[in-house]
Design a protein around this ligand. Sequence first.
Ligand code: DAH
Length: 350
Amino acid sequence: MADLIGEIQALDQKAAAAVGSAANAEALQQVTQDFVGKKGALTQVMKQLGSLSAEERGAVGKAANEFKLRFEALITEKEQQLTEARYATLAETEFVDMSVVPAEFAAVKSGAAFSGHIHPISRTQKQLEDIFTSMGFSIVDGPQVEDDYHNFGALNFTDDHPARDMQDTFYTTTGHLLRTHTSTVQIRALERMKPPLRIIAPGRVFRYEEVDASHEHTFYQMEGMIVDRKVSVGNLLHLMQTLLTEVFGREVDVRLRPGYFPFVEPGFELDMKCLVCDGKGCPVCKHSGWVEVLPCGLVHPNVLKSAGLDPNEWQGAAFGLGLNRLVMMQHGIEDIRHFMAGKLDFLKQF
Ligand code: DAH
């Protein structure tokens, strides 16, 4: 028995040496296994207990427990030391120099290389989304492959309406079509949402066009619509003025001219006072002092009715912004075909 107690006490020195030389948390874990683990030194000693009397076993057991306590204290102390040492060197071992510019970025900065960036249309779209969401509008979406009902019928274009000819488009063999305007989303929103509502719907639209400097077969629009119990042309004007002032970063004057679209009554073309000549007349505004910006109007009662709303209770205002046109005005871009051409020379300018 005396032997066993002696063996246990001898472990103290070995443990102190092993713990002392452990260089990190993993090594310390190994030391713990070596001494008090299932196959550790202490367990080996305890295996010999069987040959002892009950009294002797008690004495050896007590010695073993005392060793365990001393060992745990050693380990805890060492853990603390290791943690402190790690923190002390952290600034050197894990330092990252945030001011280092990797070679690729340096090349872009110096103009030797070109990095990709967001497309000018996407950027303006995002800017408009920010303006409108800050005024309580939701951004909604609709499919690009539509049916006749959402593109025309529900928007008060009768089957033989001549206004359909202005929006000729691509038809699929299943009787669907590529939407000609984002006004489709007015109907989709009215089907899904309960008024009062305020939405914008940016997206791609398609037309069967003779492509030239101002006409594309694929372009971008942003639809806007408010439906509430009382909506006036005054609300519409204010909204448009706010929008343009934000987009162009300065006070903008607007005016309305009559315009015809089957889904609004009254319908308007909204003009903006020319920012280039301040309304005096110049080549940009074709010497009129005004630039045509977007069509808009009060939602036609038939559109409200087709959505199941009572036009005596609800009123609406809507507008359809041509995003390509707006971006062309923002940046002085002379040809709409640049947007889809995938030409780096053009894109690099933004
Ligand atoms: N959807 C029309 C077009 O693409 C534009 C438009 C006109 C939209 C008047 C509107 C509106 O919301 O009120 O030609």
